[in-house]
Design a protein around this ligand. Structure first.
Ligand code: AMP
Length: 219
């Protein structure tokens, strides 16, 4: 049998996101930076960017899209800018917001792109920062040392991440309890039974797992 895939995950709560986003916003305000435009790096930075606008009273929120980690916890190679900014930021004080810097490539790409558009200033903020990142954001709340690398399951990505991770526990036939144990042993997360069953239903509906004869399936 091939080596069973395993990496450390952590399921984040909306309360943690609210707390960290508020802390980053206050840090920015205390630092005297007054962004006139906020750019959310989609998809991960979209929710924090919106909440930061609320705290800092910024009305102009735009999106730039980068793609890098196509599926949960695996990069597709180099980061790509797949949606450029479709608004003028000439002379503006711009804050770019993302959820996390891991390689840092997404933030670097976005910053390079926006700097070509004549802003007065560009600063960057994330909720979490992994220390091996090629770019350290100007503002962030949680520092994650490289040796503690974790795949953070954000509340806005919960179902997508579980749909990607669950099949990795099915390297052999398993009951629902067995799959729960797989999540714990391979990925260090506790997944409630109801959530796990919902993930199985989603995967079965798209043919990614098969119900027929499966140990986890009770007809
Ligand atoms: P980066 O490697 O810094 O270009 O990361 C790009 C994007 O991928 C981030 O904005 C996240 O949405 C996602 N991402 C990268 N690493 C992680 C991680 N360790 N946990 C959760 N999401 C991640």
């Amino acid at each position: 049998m091939d080596k069973v895939e395993s990496f450390k995950c952590r399921i984040l709560t909306w309360d943690e996101i609210a707390k960290w986003t508020e802390a980053v916003a206050y840090d920015i305000a205390d630092n005297g930076f007054r962004p006139t435009v906020v750019i959310g790096l989609t998809r991960g930075g979209w929710v924090p960017a919106r909440v930061i606008c609320d705290h800092l009273q910024v009305k102009r929120l735009y999106a730039v899209k980068t793609e890098h980690w196509g599926v949960t916890a695996s990069t597709d190679g180099k980061a790509l800018l797949t949606q450029e900014l479709n608004a003028s930021i000439a002379g503006e004080s711009v804050l770019i917001v993302d959820d996390i810097t891991d390689t840092g490539e997404s933030l670097i790409l976005a910053e390079q792109h926006l700097k070509t558009m004549g802003p007065k200033e560009v600063r960057t903020a994330t909720l979490l920062h992994i220390t091996h990142s090629k770019k350290e954001p100007d503002y962030y709340e949680v520092e994650v040392p490289d040796e503690d690398w974790t795949w953070f399951i954000f509340p806005w990505n919960l179902h997508e991440d579980l749909r990607t991770i669950l099949p990795k526990t099915l390297y052999e036939p398993k009951t629902v309890t067995g799959i729960q144990k797989g999540f714990k042993d391979q990925f260090q997360i506790d997944v409630p039974e109801e959530l796990l069953r919902r993930t199985l239903r989603h995967l079965a509906a798209t043919g990614k797992v098969h119900k027929k004869g499966a140990k986890w399936y009770k007809a």
